[in-house]
Design a protein around this ligand. Structure first.
Ligand code: OGA
Ligand code: NI
Length: 338
């Protein structure tokens, strides 16, 4: 493997190293991607919960993705998160390499691409991955440089966690199983964050920031800087999401697909890169604890649960499976069909 180091070295690339070049059949074909003007935008300050649930149901059934505005996370908290992320990736390479690891079981690590141990072609991304909940269990091992990293990322993670709880409540309601997701997650719930840094890329047509994948968790709340790059699959077509300032993108993860008996799907998405500008995104992932039983709500499975599409499993089993594969291996949830 040629690249066991970060892309964010401070030295721009003039050509794409061979280890990042996808074979022709797997390339992003950027000219065929349509810009998606209609990705649902949901105003979370809507007072009528029934109306909110209806909008969320429509969005989850048609896209598996939506954007939320008036979400209650202060603009300053969002701006400071992006600022400190940018400062972090601008640190000297020697400083960053102290945090470098390819071991997915680590609760704090800086890495590159996706899963270096498994993949054959690399991705044009560096990322810092952290566990954030309960904060006091993890914050002591977070980076001390930039000096305000802990304060700013800590506040951002708390705010997005609260937001995620509100959204999950609406999702349960929208499925007609009020309180269900909350009940599944009540005993233990984790939150992880991926701070993604996509350098500008000399040949964006030949590679990905992140290739097509579904998120293995419950729910993802994504913050993007102003640079486009996220694409979502709908009816077999790739749609480019135009970043909406002050909105978060929310998407359904594999665990909601399982819990809802496939009624809400964890949709394929990817991040592409460009040759003009670097791009930052911050994904907040709500995860079940390792011992959480993932079992489809009986009300959604028909015949008192006889119509379950997925077998019940402990989340730990799912997560191990996810990291034992590559993103090119298909939907991980297909391994858990009845
Ligand atoms: C992810 C993800 C998209 C993006 O981190 O799971 O899908 O635009 N990120 O960075
Ligand atoms: Ni994702």
């Amino acid at each position: 493997m040629a690249t066991e180091t970060l892309l964010s070295t401070g030295i721009p690339f003039t050509s794409l190293p061979d280890s990042y070049v996808r074979p022709p059949s797997q390339r992003p074909r950027l000219s065929e991607v349509r810009t998606c003007e209609e990705l649902p935008v949901i105003d979370l300050s809507t007072p009528d919960m029934t109306e909110l649930a209806r909008q969320v149901r429509d969005a989850c059934e048609s896209y598996g993705f939506f954007q939320i505005t008036n979400h209650g996370v202060p603009q300053q908290v969002v701006e400071e998160m992006l600022l400190v992320a940018r400062q972090f990736f601008s640190l000297p390479i020697e400083e960053k390499m102290k945090l470098y690891s390819n071991d997915p079981s680590k609760k704090l690590r800086l890495s590159t691409s996706f899963n270096l141990k498994k993949e054959t072609v690399h991705n044009w991304r560096d990322y810092l991955r952290l566990h954030c909940h309960p904060l006091e269990n993890f914050i002591h091992e977070w980076p001390t440089n930039p000096p305000n990293f802990k304060a700013m990322v800590g506040e951002y993670s708390k705010q997005t966690r609260e937001l995620a709880q509100r959204v999950m409540k609406i999702i349960s309601l929208s499925l007609g199983v009020e309180g269900y997701l909350e009940k599944v997650l009540v005993a233990s719930q984790e939150q992880h964050m991926a701070i993604n840094y996509y350098p500008s890329c000399p040949q964006p047509e030949l590679t990905y920031g992140l290739p097509a994948h579904t998120d293995p968790n419950v729910l993802t709340i994504l913050l993007q800087d102003g640079v486009a790059g996220l694409q979502v699959q709908k009816d077999g077509q790739w749609l480019a999401v135009d970043p909406l300032p002050s909105a978060f993108v929310v998407n359904i993860g594999d665990q909601i697909q399982a819990l809802s008996n496939g009624r809400y799907r964890s949709v394929w998405h990817r991040a592409v890169v460009n040759n003009q500008r670097e791009r930052l995104s911050v994904a907040s992932f709500i995860f079940p604890g390792p011992n959480t039983l993932i079992e489809t709500a009986a009300e959604l499975a028909g015949d008192g649960g006889e119509g379950r599409v997925y077998r019940s499993y402990c989340f730990e089993e799912y997560y191990k499976k996810f990291w034992s594969r590559t993103l090119d291996d298909g939907h991980c949830l297909d391994c858990f069909r009845v």
